[in-house]
Design a protein around this ligand. Structure first.
Ligand SMILES: Nc1nc2c(c(=O)[nH]1)N(C=O)[C@@H](CNc1ccc(C(=O)N[C@@H](CCC(=O)O)C(=O)O)cc1)CN2
Ligand SMILES: Nc1ncnc2c1ncn2[C@@H]1O[C@H](COP(=O)(O)OP(=O)(O)OP(=O)(O)O)[C@@H](O)[C@H]1O
Length: 203
């Protein structure tokens, strides 16, 4: 038995270290590689939503280098099975509020280089209306544990999803890894979508 379990204090520092090479690898991608990955992810996304679903989907506005690209909200909104796209609004306490995506003109610059919707907010419980939640991540491991940017925002938000909701992280190839540093508050995803396709994580 080692001195620390996988759920111990050093994990916060381990997470900080683990983020660095992942962020560097994203920065090193060529524009061509990014465009190819985003196109492949777009094809995978359309297969996630049945055409007559009428779903509310929670997504996000990818920042430079994040899988999906800046066109992600528009691509989702255009899918026949998507009735409504909700996007996160970062609260001062780093929890996530939600607001409907109504088009690129209704996005405004926000903290950390984010772009966020400017319309009416649904509150932190907006995520409970989603049948599918797409989450940003720097990496996910085989157990579905997700390494984010370090705000803890999605750990709070994902605790509120309805049971049975698909929670899918969008990743670049190679970002599904054997193990990410974990803490007790970490929420799991139910699958990852990469350019090569969907990998479901057994629950
Ligand atoms: N596109 C996108 N939207 C998102 C997230 C995300 O990861 N991606 N979030 C996911 O929760 C929330 C926003 N949280 C964020 C938290 C930190 C940073 C960030 O850039 N942090 C710096 C370092 C930390 C700091 O300066 O304090 C960095 O990563 O360089 C960005 C978003 C909600 N919206
Ligand atoms: N349910 C929660 N309530 C309050 N604080 C939380 C909760 N979950 C996580 N946090 C705090 O958030 C901080 C960052 O957590 P962590 O490093 O796991 O974020 P992350 O999952 O990488 O980020 P994000 O979800 O924003 O992408 C931690 O200090 C943790 O204490």
């Amino acid at each position: 038995m080692s001195e620390y379990s996988v759920f111990s204090v050093p994990s916060a520092a381990a997470k900080r270290e683990a983020r660095l090479p992942l962020l560097a690898a994203r920065r090193a991608m060529t524009p061509e590689a990014v465009a190819a990955a985003d196109a492949a992810l777009a094809a995978g996304l359309s297969a996630l939503v049945p055409p007559d679903a009428g779903w509310t989907v929670c997504a996000y506005v990818p920042m430079p280098g994040e899988p999906g690209g800046p066109g992600l909200p528009d691509r989702l909104a255009a899918l026949p099975g998507v009735a409504r796209v909700l996007l996160p609004v970062l609260r001062p306490d780093r929890d996530l509020d939600w607001a409907a995506y109504t088009g690129p003109d209704a996005l405004a610059p926000a903290a950390f280089g984010l772009r966020e919707p400017t319309g009416p907010r649904c509150g932190v419980t907006g995520i409970t209306e989603a049948a599918l939640v797409l989450v940003p991540a720097l990496a996910v491991d085989r157990a579905g544990l997700r390494l984010g940017r370090g705000g803890g925002s999605y750990d709070r938000a994902l605790a509120r999803v309805r049971p049975g909701t698909a929670v899918i992280a969008l990743l670049h190839e190679g970002e599904l890894v054997d193990r990410v540093p974990a803490e007790p508050h970490d929420q799991r995803v139910t699958g990852v979508l990469m350019p090569s396709g969907l990998v479901r994580i057994p629950g």
